[in-house]
Design a protein around this ligand. Sequence first.
Ligand SMILES: C[S@@+](CC[C@H](N)C(=O)[O-])C[C@H]1O[C@@H](n2cnc3c(N)ncnc32)[C@H](O)[C@@H]1O
Length: 447
Amino acid sequence: MTTEPVPRSRHMITAGSLVELAVEVSTAAISISQHLRSKSLNEPDFSSTSLGLPEDPEIQDARESLLVASKALTVLATDPLAHLREVFLAYAESSALRVAVEWKVAHILSADGASMPISELAEKAGADEHKLLTAMRLLANSYVFAEVEPKVFAHNCSSIRLRERPIECFITYCMDVVYHASGKYSESMRKYGSSDKPNETPFNLGLSTDKTFWEWVYEQPELCERFNECMKPMGESSYARLRTVFPWKSLGDALLIDIGGGNGHITHQIAEEAPELRVMIQDLDQAIDEAKELCPDSLKPRFSYLVHNFFEIQPVVADVYFMRMVLHFLNDEDCIKVLQCIVPAMKPGARILIAESVFPPPGALPNPRHKYVINMSWIMATLLNAKERTFEEFQKIFYAADKRFELKQWGEPGGPPSSGKSSLQSTPLPQILEATLTNNDSSETKP
Ligand SMILES: C[S@@+](CC[C@H](N)C(=O)[O-])C[C@H]1O[C@@H](n2cnc3c(N)ncnc32)[C@H](O)[C@@H]1O
């Protein structure tokens, strides 16, 4: 087994005086500000036109310190009970966000940041004024929209993103499905104990169904469409990183199968990067129909499609079997089945590439970034008794599938390998795990 070392850049803060933390915040803020000035870049602000901080490797360490120390400082500056209340009341903010999306508030407010009284906003939305006001105030209090005068609202840097359809879909999808399921998490622990069956989950209790999440979702075309839509921005930001983590071009004239490839949005980008690569997208029939429709004309000669259930033996011999965000939707037993279905098709030299977040060991990543993976793990557990996995957990499922698997990790949790720095994107931080079959069964040395 080979793997890049896990950077232990900063541990989550569990100690530090108010002044120490404040000095850390201020030092980091000054360093970022000086860097931006030296590059003639604007500082981020709250306005609807602000682009936020750039993903510049030169300021990543300072940005990380700023985020970690300011969060710790906020917790210390808050009364412990009030902090607990804030954590508990997060459900109200999620619900208010659902209101803003459903009543199209972000589209009614002007993108240039011009303000509008709640009376006009409610009339244009066709909503009750007082009820909308309650939701808007909650959001503005959390820096989503700005209440520029009493009962007068405008866009800010966060709310403007609510005009993007994939973000709208992500919010409504999470609220309509994951939110209902989340409320049943504890009840599901009581009812199902340690079962990891995909249809004995909080989702099954919350949505009152015996079907698995996938069986249920594919019966609802509108929900399916929203699911695919909300995967897109994750795909874009995720690809921006995947691009740096793996040398796609080096695959050359090879056949890559995108197993559970969805509408193909990731392999379209990979194929742009690797001009000789041929791609076959495999998925269930509903997804394949959409993938065919969405393939850009320029890529069509290199793309083919197959409706294939990944729990059945892989019928195509290929050079690369690629799976992005597939295994994290499956429990260990099903992951093993999926991998075992690929093995018979693997010719010498063939490899499996997995694009997923690799769960960092506790404390390995600073809290703000770590939280994304923790949240994803919650969603997977809630919907399908699945999870995000550590490198060692991935190793276990690969070795359980076939003892000849060797697993290598490209990239480091949290950042591109070249710089050794950490990226602070709030969206997924996928790594690439590469699995090949060795000739020997060296099971004695493996976990
Ligand atoms: C989370 S999505 C990931 C899609 C895509 N790989 C991406 O990164 O955007 C999981 C995909 O697995 C597909 N899937 C679920 N069960 C499947 C099965 N039994 N056989 C094949 N594909 C399946 C779903 O249709 C969906 O497209």
